[in-house]
Design a protein around this ligand. Structure first.
Ligand code: COA
Ligand code: ZN
Length: 308
């Protein structure tokens, strides 16, 4: 396999991981989790979202979260937004970057954002005009890129066109999201290589959910075609309000552990992530879907054996 020397892990747990949790996680705990994540070596953390708090009550404290976290130098704290109002709130909260979502399926865009794809793209232009002069990077995500629970297969051409539309607006960092966990190593390989070929000056990140157990297999397939930025969530938390079938993101500790085993640098300390997931797990009171959280790493096991 063609494996990279290093990858960038983008932590989306504080947003994607927590947004569907029914019990409100106290703001102080959210802040503590984000501070632990930045102490682990992670350099990109999606800290929250600026959306309608009536729709996503868990993210109602996004302003307080952004005010309360320690801003570690070298770490970009980003937020997900879906409209212009979100951009205005994110700017006021001094985020480092915004993640703006456009769906590759008209039905999903309508259900999640209450807008057509064309309306989302028009809003994106305004978001760029507002954010870029403030030094805030705009990073679009093309969501449901590998299939939609309402429309079925998503044509590769549509994802290429949407990514191309983002690139035409001057955006170079584009995330491709398997929002409901429908990607397979073959579709990842096909789509990511087509995107890299069509838009060679863009940097593509891949956002994966482990809904059907293919998460890390999809990471390997993407690495093999040159993708080096991956989004994951501590503890394997995650979900989307638009569909019940999206379960957690790929787990950050599982992703980092796999990279450690393969000699791929991440600069992330897996044990710090694991301890942070354990903290959230005990607050939530149910087992989280992360393998390394349950079993520990091979290295930790072997060092215990050596000590015994
Ligand atoms: N932040 C806070 N409130 C917002 C908002 C934002 N970014 N955007 C809209 N609102 C509020 C409006 O102020 C208005 O409030 P009111 O009822 O008190 O008057 C209400 O939402 C409706 O505004 P409108 O512009 O008509 O938006 P909408 O109803 O079309 O909602 C979304 C669109 C996208 C803002 C909303 O559905 C939403 O936030 N969804 C969350 C989806 C999500 O987070 N999915 C997971 C991540 S992909
Ligand atoms: Zn997601």
């Amino acid at each position: 396999m063609n494996l990279p020397d290093r990858i960038t892990v983008v932590e989306v747990g504080p947003r994607d991981g927590l947004q569907m949790e029914k019990v409100f996680i106290p703001t102080g705990l959210k802040i503590e989790v984000i501070n632990c994540l930045s102490a682990s070596g992670l350099r990109c953390i999606e800290a929250t979202s600026f959306v309608n708090p009536k729709v996503i009550p868990q993210m109602a404290d996004s302003d307080e979260v952004m005010r309360g976290i320690d801003r570690r130098p070298g770490v970009t704290y980003s937020a997900l937004i879906l409209n212009v109002k979100g951009a205005q709130r994110a700017i006021a909260a001094q985020v480092g970057a915004v993640r703006f979502v456009v769906c590759a399926s008209e039905a999903y865009n309508q259900k999640n954002m209450n807008m057509s794809i064309a309306q989302s793209l028009a809003a994106l232009e305004t978001v760029i005009a507002l954010c870029v002069p403030q030094g805030i990077r705009v990073e679009p995500a093309v969501s449901v890129a590998f299939g939609c629970p309402f429309e079925g297969d998503v044509p590769e051409q549509r994802v290429l066109e949407l990514a191309g539309a983002c690139a035409a607006l001057g955006l170079r960092h584009i995330c491709i999201a398997d929002t409901v966990g429908l990607a397979s190593p073959l579709s990842v390989r096909r789509l990511m290589s087509a995107l890299r070929e069509a838009l060679p000056t863009c940097v593509f990140a891949l956002h994966l959910h482990d809904t059907r157990g293919l998460g890390l297999a999809n990471v390997l397939a993407a690495m093999d075609v040159g993708v080096t930025v991956f989004e994951s969530s501590l503890g394997g938390l995650g979900g989307c309000p638009t569909t019940k079938v999206a379960t957690g993101n790929i787990s950050t500790e599982d992703l980092v552990n796999m990279c450690d085993e393969l000699g791929i640098a991440t600069d992330v300390d897996v044990e710090v992530i694991r301890r942070t997931s354990a903290k959230l797990q005990s607050f939530l009171g149910r087992p989280l879907p992360s393998h390394v959280l349950v079993a520990g790493t091979r290295r930790a096991l072997f060092s215990q054996l050596a000590d015994a």
